[in-house]
Design a protein around this ligand. Structure first.
Ligand code: SAM
Length: 273
């Protein structure tokens, strides 16, 4: 890999960047006060304007490096692993196999781990669980592994739904137990999953949502509409310094028994309707 390294930052040398692109650079990055311009062949770039040096560096296959560095992730009773590490899931753990990189939710983010851990603390046997913002489907699938009779994931981003469905297939989780649909919680858009139309009246036993503090504030009242009395709320995606927004929303809506768990800068809040 050929790199032309020149002093400066992308900002301070903005005017020179066009020269590099025009000369055929395939990529530019800034590291430690130096600009690194990647080329497929060595060129005459010795103009006084640039003043850089050519270096030849070992090629790095970033995809391979990323895969090599990935480890299975344990959260409560569940271990999430990519397909090529499926054999490394301890026999004492419930496995979830997720192909990374397709949608948010590989278990490598603290918020996903917090939510899987919180689901894992509940007895979900025969329960109905709604996962709002399902991404890869990880939380709905975790709920199903933990014994939920229905794990229903919705996401506003249509691209996530085929990914979540493929992940469920890979984990041998099927409808009617596990279902995914594009959508959010607005009454007009929200439909109970197939074979579970009675849910519109009864409400779910558990609602889990890994979104962000301000959205939890907006959706708090709607969450409660979808929960049965006594149902469990599990909210994450909350930066610790935005925790007060969520706590105020839950107190406003009369949520009981709230508790907070932290992982680094991320928080998870649980409560009961
Ligand atoms: N549930 C996965 C997890 O815990 O790893 C993914 C969480 S990811 C942080 C948030 C997901 O919520 C994204 O897939 C995004 O498209 C979805 N989302 C954002 N706003 C939403 C909304 N209003 N209703 C439903 N889904 C939403």
């Amino acid at each position: 890999m050929l790199v032309y390294v020149l002093p400066g930052t992308l900002e301070s040398r903005e005017d020179d960047l066009d020269l590099l692109w025009e000369a055929g650079a395939t990529g530019l990055e800034e590291r430690g006060g130096l600009i690194r311009a990647y080329f497929s062949e060595r060129l005459e770039l010795e103009g006084p304007l640039l003043g850089g040096e050519w270096t030849e560096e070992e090629d790095r296959d970033w995809q391979a490096a990323f895969k090599r560095d990935l480890r299975p992730v344990q959260a409560g009773r569940i271990t999430i692993a990519p397909p090529w590490l499926a054999d490394e899931v301890p026999a004492t753990q419930l496995p979830l196999i997720i192909e990374p990189g397709m949608a948010f939710g590989t278990g490598h983010h603290a918020t996903t781990r917090l939510a899987v851990g919180a689901l894992s603390n509940l007895d979900l046997t025969g329960k109905k669980v709604l996962d709002v913002g399902t991404g890869s489907g990880v939380l709905a699938m975790a709920a199903a592994r933990l014994g939920a009779a229905l794990a229903y994931g919705v996401d506003i981003d249509p691209l996530t739904i085929p990914v979540a469905r493929a992940n469920a297939e890979q984990n041998d989780l099927h409808a009617p137990q596990v279902q995914f649909e594009e959508g959010t919680l607005n009454a007009a858009e929200f439909a109970a999953p197939a074979d579970h139309s009675d849910l519109s009246n009864q409400g779910y036993d558990v609602l889990v949502a890994n979104l962000f503090a301000e959205l939890h504030d907006i959706l708090a009242a709607t969450y409660l509409l979808h929960l049965r009395p006594g149902g469990q709320l599990i909210l994450t995606g909350i930066l610790e310094d935005r925790l007060d927004v969520v706590q105020a929303a839950l107190s406003r809506e009369g949520v009981q028994d709230t508790a907070v768990e932290l992982d680094g800068e991320w928080a998870l809040v649980t409560g009961r309707k």
